[in-house]
Ligand binder design. Structure first.
Ligand code: ATP
Length: 443
């Protein structure tokens, strides 16, 4: 058996995603809308599993991080205080000849100009700043006073709610607040499938600390987050940490690092870990007029806490998982199988129950019903068994359970593993515990 993942092409991943119901372009029947994506039956399971894993590691397994689910639209002053109204923009250029619109720092991807025969070079306008925040109106008036923004990142409400969370949850510095939710950016060139979208999901955690502990907590969280990605199966050849150069750092930041994944289109950021200093709380304190400094109970020192942030893109990580998992294998019998080697914890379907023939469907359905109490299970009785296995391999189902003509007499089923394709006979009685054990061990 030979295997190839090195040559994974985006086209293969994109086409599998649409064909098997992971992800496709939003509003397809109207020709699509650029930068927006829909997650289908398998995609939503994958995404939910990833979010649950993040929540488990970042919130539930720690007693120093609390969860939050804030509104998408916040008071418009929020975005003035955060600096987004003034600074959250990309440089935009237009080609005077073909009207193509590009980010000025991504012109290498523009290709030739179709309207300038002879030179085929674009005729770019000077760059101008384009603010990436999406606007809307709140209330019946559509004027400047009613303008609000769809959040460009989920973290700002964490800063607005920090005092309330700290007091209600009886937390002390150091502690963190985590949130998963939608963010919106009017990206000039959405591209690379879901990698750069206009609507996407972030999982962010802001950790509030004493100013003397910036380095310690930055290192701690960077290590935690790298470990998380490693556990998703991203090896050294696919994952790296890129510390920001001093000239890349925001003026208030001490340190920042991108966690990058090697996609078929190159090394790209999937998560940022940032030391944001006291910038956010200080600014929101100034703009709201509320006191956001705290007093240390022991030393009576009064200070504005500093913040270490971890910010991961849920969609980008799903895409990394899909690219990392996709493989085409040449089997010994000369056939090729497509297999998604997704980690068990995120696989959309954990087990497929497949009766060998329709006429023994009833007891097989009973097994599926029993397993569904614990996992997401798919039941399929149509078509040849080899083809049914392949369909499950292609969507990353770790276990296929076959109910055959012996099952009725020996009370056993065949459990086939996705990766090794090894098969073993397991008593129906112990099946749920067996699978549970396997899934637990893989965590
Ligand atoms: P980039 O430089 O790629 O635009 P960024 O540095 O602006 O990203 P952050 O503001 O640090 O990104 O956002 C944190 C995370 O949110 C990113 O690591 C990424 O995973 C995700 N993210 C940001 N913008 C997008 C987008 N347009 N589409 C999908 N995910 C995004």
């Amino acid at each position: 058996m030979t295997e190839s993942n090195e040559t994974v092409r985006m086209d293969d991943v994109v086409s599998l995603c649409a064909r098997r119901g992971f992800i496709w372009q939003s509003s397809e029947i109207y020709g699509g809308i650029n930068g927006f994506w829909d997650y289908g039956p398998l995609g939503v399971e994958l995404k939910n599993n990833l979010k649950a894993l993040w929540w488990q590691k970042v919130v539930r397994e720690r007693d120093d991080v609390e969860g939050l689910d804030s509104s998408i639209i916040a008071h418009p002053r929020t975005w003035e205080a955060s600096g987004h109204v003034e600074h959250f923009s990309d440089p935009l250029v237009d080609c005077r000849a073909c009207k193509k619109r590009m980010r000025a720092d991504q012109l290498d991807d523009a290709g030739a100009c179709p309207a300038r025969q002879g030179t085929s070079e674009h005729d770019w306008t000077p760059a101008r700043n384009f603010n990436l925040m999406l606007k809307t109106f709140v209330g019946a008036q559509e004027d400047a006073a009613a303008t609000a923004f769809l959040r460009a990142e989920t973290c700002q409400s964490i800063f607005l709610d920090a005092k309330r969370v700290r007091e209600s949850a009886r937390q002390k510095i150091p502690f963190g607040i985590a949130q998963i939710g939608k963010a919106f950016r009017n990206e000039i060139n959405p591209r690379n499938f879901t990698f750069r979208s206009r609507e996407f999901e972030q999982a962010e955690m802001e950790f509030f600390i004493h100013p003397s502990e910036r380095e310690k907590w930055f290192e701690h969280w960077l290590a935690e987050r790298v470990e998380f990605h490693r556990a998703l199966g991203f090896g050294d050849d696919r994952l790296r940490v890129r510390p920001h150069r001093p000239d890349e750092l925001a003026h208030y930041a001490n340190a920042a690092a991108d966690i990058e994944f090697r996609f078929p289109f190159g090394w790209q950021e999937i998560e940022g870990v940032h030391d944001r200093g006291d910038w956010d709380l200080r600014r929101h304190g100034e703009y709201s007029g509320k006191e956001l400094a705290i007093t240390d109970e022991l030393t009576k020192e009064r200070y504005v806490p500093m913040v270490i942030e971890t910010s991961v893109g849920v969609d980008r990580t799903c895409l990394a998982l899909l690219c990392n998992a996709y493989a085409e294998e040449k089997l010994d019998d000369g056939e090729t199988r497509t297999v998604l080697r997704l980690p068990l914890a995120v696989a959309p379907v954990k087990a497929a129950v497949l009766p060998l023939a329709k006429k023994i469907g009833e007891p097989a359905q009973e097994i599926a019903r029993e397993l569904r109490r614990s996992f997401n299970v798919f039941y399929d009785e149509a078509g040849n068994i080899g083809r049914r296995y392949r369909r499950q391999d292609e969507v990353g189902t770790p276990f296929c359970i076959t109910y055959d003509f012996d099952s009725e007499t020996d009370g056993k089923v065949t459990v086939r593993e996705r990766d090794s394709m090894a098969q073993e006979r397991i008593p129906v009685e112990g099946l749920r515990a067996h699978l549970q054990d396997r899934l637990e061990k893989a965590r």
